[in-house]
Design a protein around this ligand. Sequence first.
Ligand SMILES: CC(C)(COP(=O)(O)OP(=O)(O)OC[C@H]1O[C@@H](n2cnc3c(N)ncnc32)[C@H](O)[C@@H]1OP(=O)(O)O)[C@@H](O)C(=O)NCCC(=O)NCCS
Length: 162
Amino acid sequence: MFDTPSAPVRIETETPADAAAVEALALAAFGPGRFAKTAERLRERASVVAGFVARENGAVIGSVRLWAITIGDTRAVFLGPIAVEAGNRRGGLGAELVQACLAFAGSGDAAGVLLVGDVPYFERFGFRKAGGVVMPGPVDGRRLLWWGAGDAAGEVKPEKPI
Ligand SMILES: CC(C)(COP(=O)(O)OP(=O)(O)OC[C@H]1O[C@@H](n2cnc3c(N)ncnc32)[C@H](O)[C@@H]1OP(=O)(O)O)[C@@H](O)C(=O)NCCC(=O)NCCS
């Protein structure tokens, strides 16, 4: 007898119905300590411009969101949190989620993507240290990373529709 093959994992746009699953994934990956971080403070005051989920048999097993920000006078997006369920890591889902974000950012009016994360993971996608970018709170500057046209510089501010 053959095992029933599981449905392939698909990257899809996040819907409102995914919100609880996305929050549960982030909580499992980062714990409640993430709410104390500057990145989370920024997200609290910004609008989501896109979210992507990895879905397997209907269940959300990976997620990432993009938030509207400005850096100086430049429109950009802030990536995070990104998380893949522990049992599904190292299969390329994280990379697919990041690539979905880069494709989205590259097709709109954002100059690029900013994030706070690990260089050893994100440099493979072309992220580089965002030297001239000033976050609205304490951040380890070595983990503040930029992907986009040219260098970003200036103060990061959240964007919300009026
Ligand atoms: C980071 C994360 C989203 C990657 O998801 P994933 O589906 O495992 O990613 P991929 O399959 O595309 O890549 C896996 C590779 O990245 C490596 N990797 C994962 N996280 C890494 C990190 N923080 N730093 C360096 N390398 C990392 C893995 O070791 C693996 O390497 P290998 O290909 O040599 O085996 C996932 O590990 C996760 O949810 N981690 C917890 C949450 C987190 O830390 N998120 C932010 C990261 S700054």
